[in-house]
Design a protein around this ligand. Sequence first.
Ligand code: SF4
Ligand code: SF4
Length: 248
Amino acid sequence: MPIHEKSLIRPENLHSHEELEIEGVDVSGHWSTFIESRVITDYNEQMEEEIAALPGGENIHRCWQCGSCTNSCTVHAVNPDFNPRYWIYLIRTGMEDELLRDKDIIWRCVSCNKCTYACPRDVVPEAVMKATAHWLELKGHTEPSPSMQFDEEFSSQVFETGKIEESRVIRGFFARTGQPLMQEWLIEMGKRIARKLPIKMGIAMGLGFLFRPRTSNWGGAKAAINEYVKEQKAAQRKALGLNSGAGD
Ligand code: SF4
Ligand code: SF4
């Protein structure tokens, strides 16, 4: 599986001679550019299997490197370093160190799923990006991302009550990520919503905020979900070779 994009060649691996003549032909400057070959010895042969063991990573083996995901990607359009096809290539070939060079941007997938619709092999690249970001966190390569913090907050509220109350999710997310509650954009959004919101819906939201509604007879479902989640987390840690308490 080759590297397609010229931008992926690391600048430090590109070399040229300022002045060079070969058999009477001047090949100075970019005419004499060559790419230094890389010697990689620290492959992580388990990396594909580990990411495939996480939710969303199951179909990574199906990728045939066509590049449709990257070509259609919303984030790639504004940041060419965001490259799902390349990361899938690195994961499948076990090049962990190369992947770690981009560890701080992988979580920035906005889940638009354009890649998912473009992929001819049903890899579901969006889900693979999520699984990869999760893998980076579990392995201790990155702190939990804001995206993961949001997912955790959202899920914990559903597990607890069987319902979602938006303002509580936002408040919980801000608390987890150390953000102030009163933010300019949020106040402006609140004002605009208040202007358009039907009165009945406004009252329902206010009551939900005050009384935290629950799905009736939720206790059994809550216990079953919590048990299932616990089992899944333990299985994921085992697949990644982590001890039972690590990366939770
Ligand atoms: S879901 Fe993520 S990876 Fe896929 S196109 Fe959107 S931003 Fe890119
Ligand atoms: S579109 Fe699908 S098959 Fe093509 S490179 Fe992306 S993940 Fe692989």
